[in-house]
Design a protein around this ligand. Structure first.
Ligand SMILES: CC(C)(COP(=O)(O)OP(=O)(O)OC[C@H]1O[C@@H](n2cnc3c(N)ncnc32)[C@H](O)[C@@H]1OP(=O)(O)O)[C@@H](O)C(=O)NCCC(=O)NCCS
Length: 192
């Protein structure tokens, strides 16, 4: 993969791939977001906004303003989004944080999250020169924690009270996971 993602990345034998969003994704993305009651980044309340999804589609595939968003595709349709964030001035160069959502609960627990996390990390290390990729998730989010561990991330500690009470399912305590370039180089065989 080069810095701009143009094709599909998929691990042999896996059901999920990463690719940029395309214009035809608009309706399936909105439908899947509604099924999962997901509000896209940039939208304000009231459910998924068509305009916010259009913006996500238009900017997908390229690291723009410190943000890269890619579609998780399974069974020929977009089932979720995976994103990398590298906000300038907030993180040191070469550090990325990833986020992920598999929108429709019916699409979760089928291995797509694990594949997407590993494929995004491979792109960040292989295409964008990452030194470190990290992720933060609520301590009670067993699926996310397991997906990160399966993709080679290590648990590094707990950020106590990280999430505000109104958005947290539990205490707001979050687990920090990370993987360095050296670790990925030594253990990337399953993912490339
Ligand atoms: C978190 C999320 C991205 C994981 O993706 P997924 O496709 O559901 O996860 P996978 O199917 O790859 O499963 C990952 C592991 O978690 C396990 N798992 C899945 N759902 C689980 C659950 N509800 N409880 C406990 N473990 C679970 C799976 O068995 C698997 O472990 P295994 O490989 O040892 O069997 C997805 O569930 C999701 O989008 N959830 C809602 C949004 C969210 O929490 N995003 C992350 C915010 S930081």
């Amino acid at each position: 993969m080069s810095a701009r993602v143009s094709g599909r990345a998929q691990r042999p034998g896996s059901r999920a791939a990463l690719r940029p969003f395309v214009a035809d994704d608009l309706e399936p993305v909105l439908a899947a977001m509604r099924a999962g009651e997901t509000v896209p980044a940039g939208a304000r309340g009231g459910g998924p906004s068509r305009e916010a999804v259009r913006r996500m589609i238009a900017s997908s595939g390229e690291l723009l303003a410190g943000r890269l968003e890619l579609a998780i595709e399974a069974e020929g349709r977009p089932v979720g989004v995976v994103e990398a964030r590298a906000p300038r001035g907030a993180f040191p160069p070469g550090v990325f944080e990833l986020g992920i959502q598999v929108w429709d609960p019916r699409d979760r627990g089928r291995g797509h999250g694990t594949q997407a996390v590993a494929l995004l990390a491979a792109h960040l290390f292989g295409g964008l020169g990452a030194r470190r990729v990290q992720a933060v998730t609520e301590v009670g989010n067993a699926a996310m924690r397991r997906a990160l561990e399966r993709a080679g991330f290590r648990m590094e500690g707990v950020l106590r009270g990280f999430l505000p009470p109104e958005t947290a399912a539990g205490t707001g305590d979050c687990a920090v996971y990370g993987i360095t370039n050296d670790e990925w180089e030594n253990d990337r065989e399953p993912w490339t």
